[in-house]
Write a protein that binds this ligand. Sequence first.
Ligand code: AMP
Ligand code: ZN
Length: 469
Amino acid sequence: MKIYNTLSKKKEEFVPLEPGKVKMYVCGPTVYNLIHIGNARPMIVFDTVRRYMEHKGYQVNYVSNFTDVDDKIIKKANEEGVESAVISKRYIAECKKDMAAMNVKPATVHPKATEEIEGMLDMIGMLIEKKHAYVAEDGTVYFRTRSFKEYGKLSHKNLDDLRGGNRSLLVSGEEQKEDSLDFVLWKPKKEGEPYWESPWCNGRPGWHIECSVMSKRYLGDEIDIHAGGEDLVFPHHENEIAQSEAANGKQFAKYWMHNAFLNIDNRKMSKSLGNFFTVRDISEKYDLQVLRFFMLSAHYRSPLNFSAELMEAAKSGYERIVTSVDNLKYLLGAASVEEISVGEERLLETAKSFADKFDEAMEDDFNTADALSSIFELVKFVNTNAGETSSKAFLRELKDELVMLSDICGLIVDKEEEMLDSDIEQLIEERQAARKAKNFARADEIRDELMEKGIILEDTREGVKWKRA
Ligand code: AMP
Ligand code: ZN
């Protein structure tokens, strides 16, 4: 498996730190509003990376944070006259809803910055002790950038060029820094802001230290993959490397992956430019599976321009796969024999070659655009060959392959099969309530509905048990 590593600017063979395991950290959103579809790009892309790795048998420990203390959150809280925590809690819940609707798997852990302050105090303390950080007169703690000799290695920037650039941008507070390149680890509170006590001043953490600390806590000093949008390369990820490697004395992440921007009229979609659609806006017009398909139709390192035409193309692409699966299910219902013929065995070999092509595309730095093309080759093959057979086994193999490849992309193409455990349990509860109320017609209706979706109910002494057919 090859991954393009921003650190080396090359595609490299993926070798995990520990065989069979992947430790992955993806920088998550700052939660002060509904997420826009630009924010959704890294979520979908790296969820697909995770799914592919799991498909290959890796156990993936996937950590993605929520930044829940930030100027923008505080501003929004002041506008509404509520505490910052009210805003961040609200938008974390909304973000999780959007992620579920896009079929983005929940991370193994979703840490929140405000719950990790202790770890931040520890790491900042350690950096001060090692002389990689210093405390200014007002209690601000700065990272001493020049003390980390490899600073600039991720963004391939030269320290002296950076210094020149920064000098013209001096802002207030800068004069207390030893060097204009130094960045904040901890800053004093301002009136009306949330704060925590620290040895240096009552205040709050800088943004960069959050990720270094959360990654260390949940994944350890060394991780396999660190990812996010390309706007994070500098300064965020560069600063994370400086903090983590200076504090831990080990290489922080082996592979750095960055997705290109989702643009609109060839400009980055962003809250500050006001040129954005929220995931919620899109969900009013489209099934979010279409949005997922749209995101995966380009390679993650290529810019992707959002347009109504491309969304319509994604819609018809996605529907072509769903229709093909529906067709297979219909044919399966009508097929008369179980066995598979020699001719069909041979055809299945051809069908399997599309799965090999899919893997080949994914092995090449997750080329989802080519991977989707091999799904379409399989769809075409299905549409040509499935109508000619009466073999259940043959049809089932085709359906399973189509569903499996789509599933690696996180695309739900067999909605019935994807009925969630929680939905099933909710229906069972409803059936129990109907029975209690002696509404047997409704109880039977629910049982039949579940049966149609392949869920078998069993009334036992310990209550209702269920299994998938
Ligand atoms: P933010 O909340 O701005 O920190 O963004 C959360 C994640 O979304 C980061 O990984 C960003 O790089 C990413 N992101 C923000 N805008 C875009 C965009 N227009 N296209 C792709 N990724 C983006
Ligand atoms: Zn981060």
